[in-house]
Design a protein around this ligand. Structure first.
Ligand SMILES: [Zn+2]
Length: 449
């Protein structure tokens, strides 16, 4: 392993990267530049892939892997990946990486900020995605292999690489067959090179096992939902002392190989992604707004490392819930009307690039509004209320001063997830946005029919 690592890591990276095209796409909270390196044919490419690393500033191995990847691909990228543009953001959180913190300088976890866009950095990233329009985004992270409840059983996570795909049921970019093909391809490519990989999996202290969250506040789900860009999560295991001298290089190489493998898979399947440019929904579309985890038919087998015997063990989890099943849909109205006093909501929707217009003060509109009958507040922060029941009524109203957000625009299905009172992912779950749902009150956002 170490000879492979050496020959690769000390290749003349400087000479090949000097001529690369770089673009400053914006500044961090503390005014450090977010810099994209472009390979291939840029924005004009028929097929576009974006790689970003370092949303979490304390995850340096992913950043290094991405920089090495750029250097190794640069000399022959146009020949190896014809008609493809690659935009690489090796450091999405330059303040965090400077201060070695997970969050940005304002203590915002960037990978939990894709719905609200509180931070300068996520706003910069979104505005780049909106204009450059990648078909595929790879979001690079690192993960700790040691968890207290697993160590109590002498176990640590084993895979060098964990991969996950978008999981929110409102996202339909990959079908089951695509997903299996992606995972199979990466696992096989990595195994050939002596690296281990698996699907990103969380094992709870209770023994419950699942994959990534279905929430839409992270890059993986949100960017997929809003821009129809398949956003893939790629996590490299943090090296530990037990990995010895070559541990760091091993992980950097593993992430490098996983990235190359993903690029080749994406390039091979590019036709199916190029046909799916950001879609515009239609009035009446059924948008999934609530879901629950479904118990799998078969238990999960996953490899863990036993820290006492130093062997790799196959561990079985019977309480395995890999998928979400939809429990509620919203029928997409023509538009949503946001009242003039809900300025923060309007501002967030504008941050996301949604267009709106002011309603005509002389005309009435047929609207549907919801009265909240009852609900159970969630005990967890930033979560939607549970068991919410609403009564809906229709009437003609003057909408003086309301901001009207038509749903017939790119990514318009997001508006239902953001604004429906019964949505598990609604903006009403963030108390600072002043849209809190209260029992026995009228929900302020209206559906325009
Ligand atoms: Zn991370």
């Amino acid at each position: 392993m170490s000879s492979k690592a050496n020959s690769f890591l000390f290749d003349n990276i400087d000479s090949s990267s000097r001529s690369l095209e770089r673009e400053i796409i914006g500044l961090s909270e503390q005014r450090r530049p977010l810099i994209i390196t472009h390979l291939g044919h840029g924005k004009d490419s028929a097929f576009r892939i974006m790689i970003m690393a370092g949303q979490h500033g304390d995850e340096k191995y992913g950043r290094r892997a991405v920089s090495h990847l750029v250097a190794s691909l640069a000399p022959s990228f146009k020949r190896d990946f014809p008609h493809t543009g690659l935009a690489v953001l090796p450091d999405a959180n330059p303040d965090g990486s400077y201060h070695r913190t997970r969050t940005n300088s304002a203590h915002v976890d960037l990978n939990r900020d894709h719905q609200r866009l509180d931070s300068q950095e996520t706003r910069v990233i979104h505005s780049f995605v909106r204009t450059w329009k990648p078909h595929i985004i790879i979001d690079v992270h690192n993960y700790p292999s040691r968890r207290k409840h697993l160590l109590a059983k002498n176990l640590t996570y084993y895979p060098d690489i964990l991969i996950d795909i978008p999981t929110n049921p409102a996202i339909q970019i990959l079908d089951m067959e695509n997903t299996h093909d992606l995972m199979r391809t990466i696992n096989r490519d990595l195994a050939i090179n002596d690296f281990s990989s698996d699907r990103y999996t969380i094992v709870k202290p209770s023994g419950k096992a699942r994959h990534s969250t279905g929430d839409i506040d992270d890059a993986r789900n949100f960017l997929s939902l809003r821009y129809n860009a398949l956003t893939i999560l790629l996590e490299g295991r943090n090296p530990t002392r037990e990995d010895g001298e070559g541990g760091k290089e091993h992980i950097i190489l593993a992430q490098h190989h996983a990235l190359s493998s993903l690029l080749r898979w994406a390039h091979k399947n590019k036709r199916s992604f190029m046909e799916k440019e950001a879609s515009v929904p239609s009035t009446g579309d059924r948008i999934p707004i609530c879901s629950r985890r479904k118990l799998a038919e078969h238990p999960l087998h996953m490899k863990f490392k036993n820290v006492v015997t130093e062997t790799v063990t196959d561990t079985v989890f019977y309480n395995y819930k890999p998928e979400l099943e939809v429990t509620k849909y919203a029928k997409l109205p023509r538009a949503y009307a946001v009242p003039p006093d809900k300025k923060k909501i309007t501002e967030i929707l504008h941050r996301h690039g949604f267009s709106s217009c002011l309603s005509d003060p002389k005309k009435t509109a047929l609207v549907e509004y919801h009265v909240i009958d009852s609900l159970k507040p969630s005990s967890r922060e930033n979560r939607a209320p549970l068991r919410i029941s609403v009564v809906s009524r229709k009437e003609s109203r003057m909408l003086d001063g309301y901001n009207i957000f038509p749903t017939i625009q790119k990514g318009g299905q997001c508006l239902a997830l953001f604004l429906e009172p019964e949505s598990r992912y609604g903006l009403h779950r963030y108390s600072e946005l002043d849209l809190t749902i209260l029992p026995n009150s009228a929900y302020p956002i209206l559906r325009v029919l």
